[in-house]
Design a protein around this ligand. Structure first.
Ligand code: ZN
Length: 270
């Protein structure tokens, strides 16, 4: 039982009554004297309650102060980027995607749902495109995963990008030069994931990002404002504050790295 709210309240009363009582002669009215006396009695009772085990369970205490809203504090917190609790293995759905490493295909519910939904969407929107390849997500309980700095909390997944003709190799990533990128298919997959509202960021090589940006503008699929929002300028502070964005990362010429939000929409705790 947490009695701090009770004693804190009484102490405030004590300060209000007795500090006013002794602050100056003109404040020493009968009212402040009475408040002071009552608060002294109350604080004594509270002290007795704190040390008196026989009162345990009989005290009515104020409820603990409500936790501050996560959004107010700017804190991170609905899940962890370091370990995975209640992880699920990406189901084997070869019509939607191929799993490169089933042993490290464990993710949060948000991640698994997103990948399955994306697979279903692509099979409907682009039926001629290959099922996309899914690389590492996390180990069953998360934690360090060989070859990665992240991929520890089931909220990161490596996903293949499409070569000309909507092609992706099964069970592996293959190099894709910017001129070979199937922009329409790759953008369709990225757009679906971004539109889900579940993505914190997607990492991709800057050459592919430039190609996709120019194409979406030219096709009239995105406005200048949309492009500025989704593809923030490299190094801008905004790129760390916003969600649903695409950023450059080296070594991402043959796949994209997708980081999802926690189930409650917050970023993962570091
Ligand atoms: Zn990755």
């Amino acid at each position: 039982m947490d009695r701090r709210p009770l004693t804190t309240g009484v102490r405030k009363l004590f300060r209000g009554g007795c500090v006013a009582r002794f602050a100056g002669g003109w404040l020493g009215s009968d009212v402040t004297r009475v408040v002071c006396l009552l608060s002294l009695l109350a604080i004594a009772a509270a002290f007795a309650a704190e040390i008196g085990p026989s009162l345990e369970g009989n005290l009515v205490v104020a409820s603990p102060e409500p936790a501050q809203d996560v959004a107010d504090t700017g804190a991170f917190g609905g899940c962890s980027a370091q370990s995975l609790r209640d992880g699920e293995q990406l189901p084997d759905l070869p019509y939607f995607y191929s799993r490169i490493a089933p042993g490290s295909s464990y993710g949060s519910t948000t991640m698994i749902d997103l990948l399955v939904d994306a697979g279903r969407h692509m099979s409907w929107a682009m039926p001629k495109a290959s099922p996309f390849a899914v690389g590492d997500i996390s180990r069953p309980a998360g934690g360090p995963l060989s070859g990665h700095r992240s991929h520890r909390g089931g909220i990161d997944a490596d996903v293949g990008i499409y070569k000309t003709g909507g092609f992706q190799a099964r069970h592996q990533f293959v190099g894709v030069a910017p001129s070979e990128l199937d922009i329409a298919a790759t953008w369709e997959l990225m757009r679906f994931m971004l539109d889900s509202g579940k993505v914190e960021f997607i990492l991709l090589d800057r050459a592919h990002i430039a190609t996709i940006k120019a194409w979406t503008l030219k096709q009239g699929l995105l406005s200048e404002d949309d492009v500025a929002r989704i593809f923030p300028i490299e190094g801008s502070r905004d790129s760390w504050l916003r969600t649903g964005i695409v950023r450059h990362a080296p070594h991402h010429g043959d796949h994209m790295h997708v980081r999802v939000l926690c189930g409650d929409g917050t970023r993962a705790g570091l």
